[in-house]
Design a protein around this ligand. Structure first.
Ligand SMILES: C[S@@+](CC[C@H](N)C(=O)[O-])C[C@H]1O[C@@H](n2cnc3c(N)ncnc32)[C@H](O)[C@@H]1O
Length: 356
C-alpha cells in the first residue's frame, strides 16, 4: 500500500516540531543545572538588567561562556533581553522558579532526576530485556538527591499548612504528642518538617536506602530537631512497633514490592484511633484520564524507577506511579483497613486518610 497518500505532511511537521521542543527542553535542563550550580541565577536575582560581563563577574565565571548561556536562556524565555543596552534580566516571577531555593516553585534540582535516568540507561535497557528490577539505591546518586530536593519545597508549602489539617483530628493529636512514622522517608525532609511543627511529638523515619537515612539524620541535626527524630534502615514491612498515632507514606507506597504487606504492617503498629496518611503522585483511575504532561512525567519515571524498584523487591504488586485512587484503596482494603478518604489533591500529589 502506498502510505504517502495517507500521510498528512502538516501533521508530520507539527509532531516533529513538538518532539524537537522536547529535545530543546532537555538541552535547557543542562543550562538550568549550570545556572543553579554556578550561581548565575543568584547573580541575576533582584539585580535588574545586567550585562554578560556583570553576570560573569558576580558569579566568578568566564564571560564568554556566560554570554552564550545567557543567550540560550533569553532564547528560551527564561531571561529577558534588552537589546538597546545588551543586558539580561531575571524577572521576580522567574526568580521564584529558578533562583529562590525556598520557593515552592523552585525547579533546578528536578533536573537531577532525568540526569540520573540518562546515566542509568544501561540498567533500564537490561531491566526491560530481562524483566529484572533495579533497586532505588542502585541508581545514580542524583536520583535520590534530586527527588528529595525537588519535592522538599512542595511539601513545605502543603504538608503542615494543608495536608495534615485535612486529616480528621490529627492536628490536635500531633500538638498533644504522639509517635509518628515516616515510611520511605528518603532524605527526611517530611520527617523534619513535622518535627519542627510539633515539638511534643516524636518522629521515626525508616528507609531501605542507607545513604538516604544518613542524609535524613544530617538534615534533622541541621534543623535542630535531632532530639525528637530518629531514623533507621528498615523495610516498610519491618516498621518497628512504636504505637504510632500517625503512619505516613510520602511518595513511597507505589515503589514497594508488596504494598499490601506494608499497609498490613502499618495497621499492626497503629495506636488505637491512629491514622495512615498516604501521599501518592496525582493520578486518575484510568489511563485515558492520565494522558497529560503530569502523566507523561510520572509514567516515564515509573517505567525506569518505580516499577523497577518494586520488581527488585519481588514485585508481588507493581502499582507504578499512576495507580489512581481505586487501586490504592484496594491495597488498604486488602490490608484490613475499612476507611479510605481523599482529603487533598494538587497537580502532582493526592493525599488520602486511611483508618482501620
Ligand atoms: C520516591 S522516594 C520518596 C522519598 C521521600 N518519602 C520523599 O517523598 O521525598 C521512595 C523512597 O522509598 C524508599 N523505599 C523503597 N523501598 C522501600 C521499602 N521496602 N521499605 C522502606 N523504604 C523503601 C526508597 O529508598 C526511597 O527513599
Amino acid at each position: 500500500m502506498d502510505t504517502s497518500t495517507l500521510i498528512d505532511p502538516d501533521k508530520v511537521e507539527a509532531f516533529a516540531m513538538r518532539t524537537i521542543a522536547d529535545v530543546t527542553a532537555a538541552y535547557t535542563g543542562v543550562m538550568v543545572s549550570l545556572g543553579h550550580k554556578l550561581g548565575l541565577y543568584r547573580a541575576l536575582h533582584g539585580a535588574g538588567p545586567l550585562s554578560a560581563r556583570e553576570v560573569a563577574g558576580r558569579a566568578g565565571c568566564a564571560e564568554r561562556y556566560v554570554r552564550e548561556w545567557l543567550n540560550s536562556q533569553a532564547a528560551g524565555g527564561y531571561l529577558g533581553y534588552h537589546a538597546a543596552s545588551d543586558t539580561y534580566e531575571l524577572s521576580p516571577e522567574h526568580a521564584l522558579v529558578l533562583a529562590d531555593e525556598e520557593s515552592a516553585a523552585f525547579i533546578p534540582p528536578a533536573w537531577n532526576v532525568p540526569a540520573a535516568m540518562w546515566a542509568d540507561e544501561p540498567k533500564a535497557l537490561e531491566a526491560f530485556r530481562t524483566g529484572r528490577g533495579v533497586a532505588w539505591g542502585d541508581h545514580d546518586a542524583r536520583l535520590a538527591c534530586g527527588v528529595a530536593a525537588f519535592y522538599r519545597n512542595g511539601y513545605r508549602a502543603s504538608l503542615v499548612p494543608q495536608w495534615l489539617p485535612a486529616l480528621d483530628g490529627v492536628m490536635a493529636r500531633l500538638e498533644a504528642g504522639i509517635s509518628v512514622a515516616d515510611v520511605g522517608c528518603g532524605h527526611g525532609h517530611t520527617t523534619v518538617m513535622m518535627a519542627e511543627a510539633f515539638p511534643n511529638s516524636r518522629f521515626h523515619g525508616i528507609d531501605t536506602h542507607a545513604a538516604s537515612v544518613e542524609a535524613a539524620g544530617r538534615n534533622a541535626s541541621a534543623a535542630g530537631v535531632a532530639g525528637r527524630t530518629s531514623f533507621s534502615v528498615a523495610r516498610a514491612v519491618d516498621l518497628p512497633d512504636q504505637g504510632y498515632g500517625l503512619v505516613c507514606f510520602f511518595d513511597t507506597l507505589h515503589d514497594l514490592g508488596d504494598p499490601v504487606a506494608a499497609a498490613r504492617r502499618a495497621a499492626e503498629v497503629l495506636a488505637p484511633g491512629g491514622t495512615v496518611m498516604l501521599v501518592e503522585p496525582f493520578a486518575h483511575d484510568h489511563l485515558e484520564d492520565n494522558l497529560s504532561p503530569v502523566g507523561q512525567l510520572y509514567y516515564a519515571g515509573s517505567a525506569v524507577m518505580c516499577c523497577a524498584h518494586a520488581i527488585s523487591e519481588g514485585g508481588r504488586m507493581v502499582l507504578g506511579a499512576q495507580a489512581g485512587p481505586k487501586r490504592l484503596a484496594e491495597v488498604f482494603r486488602k490490608a484490613g483497613f475499612s476507611h479510605f478518604r481523599s482529603v487533598a489533591t494538587s497537580p502532582f500529589n493526592q493525599v488520602f486518610e486511611v483508618r482501620r
